[in-house]
Design a protein around this ligand. Structure first.
Ligand code: AMP
Length: 117
């Protein structure tokens, strides 16, 4: 799908909107979710403008892997009680995606049932 540079995460990346940033490097920024669904809930957002996971290409493989490694590293840094966390990518409105800039959710700090609701 086409990428809209006015989306909220693009604005955070441009520092037009505030965020509680936990990590930044050349490829991504991790910041706390504004409406946390668990005691720890942050998002790992690539700097590359991609609307959805489905829009990523083979050339994005290393970047996608990097997002997962950053999610795990930041979760560890935040000091999880039992080392458990969940990683989620919602792809498309039907799957719950509301911000159309690819992002990885990381949630922890409460029991996380399966399957998700
Ligand atoms: P999704 O529904 O998978 O697209 O996830 C979008 C997430 O972005 C939701 O969990 C929102 O709470 C979160 N969100 C929306 N606006 C902001 C913001 N300004 N700062 C941080 N998180 C946000």
């Amino acid at each position: 799908m086409p990428y809209d540079p006015a989306n909220v995460f693009a604005r955070i990346l441009r520092r037009e909107l505030p965020a509680q940033i936990l990590h930044e490097d050349d490829l991504c920024v991790a910041f706390r979710d504004v409406a946390p669904q668990a005691p720890l809930h942050f998002l790992v957002v690539p700097k590359r403008p991609i609307a959805r996971l489905a829009d990523a290409a083979a050339a994005d493989a290393a970047m996608l892997g990097h997002l997962l490694l950053v999610g795990a590293a930041v979760a560890r840094q935040q000091g999880l009680a039992d080392d458990s966390f969940r990683v989620v990518i919602n792809n498309g409105a039907g799957a719950g995606q509301t911000v159309f800039h690819l992002h990885v959710h990381v949630l922890a700090g409460r029991p996380l049932g399966w399957p998700p609701g």
